[in-house]
Design a protein around this ligand. Structure first.
Ligand SMILES: [Zn+2]
Length: 350
């Protein structure tokens, strides 16, 4: 069966020159998917706009009204929603397409029209909370897609894995007390936005359905593979998801130079993580998995990273992923104590 690939030409209209989250990012992804012969192997659909009732399942009506109001008021001017998140005259529509693209990929998979899916969207979403734009993010695309799956399909349990180098604070907050969504984040610590402490593991009925894995700077492929092998697989099997969503950011690549980012994954290292997630979906939920793009500001690392995701979804072998950027300069590997602390805290020891 097919892999659905959802994007939209209008994603380039959200643009601010000189900003790290610029339109060249998505152009680089489109070009790399074409150049590697992957676009033609995927079932391509244009993202539809999200509908307001699907956004309301995650975002406060007051926040959505504010976005609509800003959009009406500044028809020919780019404004800042906060110091690092810009909003152009097109951003309202584009943000709706990003959320709608994630939902449409989920719908295609859950309707059985596709085996699995890739939503190449922007602006990213995982820092957006229910009532605030943050960290380049306006609407929380992956959270909206998770609720969309629960509201429109017979999906009860959704696992969201976020391997962007930054903590997905918005996604965490939205599902913090919700046992039906397992949120697992690997992120560099310390780093923006400063959330994602290991001890933060959900509240009330949602206790232990948030798993934070804050990784010190300098780690790379080996540490992440061990985290997936020893923590993510066990947590996934215990949770038994009906659907897996991935916040796929590629800023943990060794070449990334966004402020204070210092993680050392490689392109094959990312591809391994993506293949593992696809394998989890195959074992646990009929292969139902959708990757939604988040951060990644080194254009080659970002675009080759997304190609690795496409190959994982298509079932291509590891050898198909070529590493044009090469090995990391170094990789810390002392992760045993961290992994053991997570296992203990979440009662995941075998
Ligand atoms: Zn990021």
């Amino acid at each position: 069966m097919n892999t659905i690939y959802i994007t939209h030409p209008r994603f380039v209209e959200h643009e601010l020159e000189g900003h790290p989250e610029h339109a060249g990012r998505i152009r680089a992804i489109w070009q790399a998917l074409d150049a590697e012969g992957l676009s033609s192997r995927l079932k391509r659909l244009d993202a539809p706009p999200a509908i307001v009732s699907d956004l309301n399942a995650v975002h406060e009506p007051e926040y959505l009204n504010l976005l609509a109001q800003v959009s009406r008021q500044f028809r020919d001017q780019t404004v800042l929603l906060n110091p690092d998140t810009y909003f152009t005259p097109a951003s309202y529509d584009v943000a709706f397409l990003a959320a709608g693209g994630a939902c449409a990929a989920v719908a295609e998979v859950l309707l059985g029209n596709a085996r699995n899916g890739l939503a190449v969207v922007r602006p990213p979403g995982h820092h957006a909370t229910s009532d605030e734009a943050m960290g380049f993010c306006i609407l929380n695309n992956v959270a909206i897609a998770a609720r969309f799956a629960q509201r429109h399909f017979s999906v009860r349990r959704v696992m969201i894995v976020d391997y962007d180098v930054h903590h997905g604070n918005g996604t965490e907050a939205i599902f913090y007390d919700d046992p039906s969504v397992l949120f697992i984040s690997t992120h560099q610590s310390p780093l923006y936005p400063g959330t994602g402490a290991l001890e933060d593991r959900g509240v009330g009925a949602g206790e232990r359905t948030t798993i934070n894995i804050p990784v010190p700077p300098g780690h790379g492929d080996q540490t992440y593979a061990a985290i997936f092998d020893q923590i993510v697989w066990r947590a996934a099997r215990r949770f038994a998801p009906d659907l897996i969503l991935v916040s796929a950011g590629f800023d943990a690549h060794w070449s990334e130079r966004l402020s204070n980012v210092n993680m050392n994954l490689t392109i094959p290292g990312f591809a391994h993580l993506s293949r593992e997630l696809v394998r989890m979906a195959e074992e646990l939920c009929y292969g139902r998995i959708v990757f939604v793009t988040e951060g990644g500001y080194h254009l080659d690392a970002l675009s080759y990273g997304v190609c690795g995701v496409a190959r994982a979804l298509l079932g291509d072998p590891p050898a198909s992923v070529t590493d044009r950027l090469g090995a990391a300069p170094s990789q810390r590997t002392d992760s045993n104590a961290l992994i053991q602390r997570v296992l203990d805290l979440h009662d995941l020891n075998k």
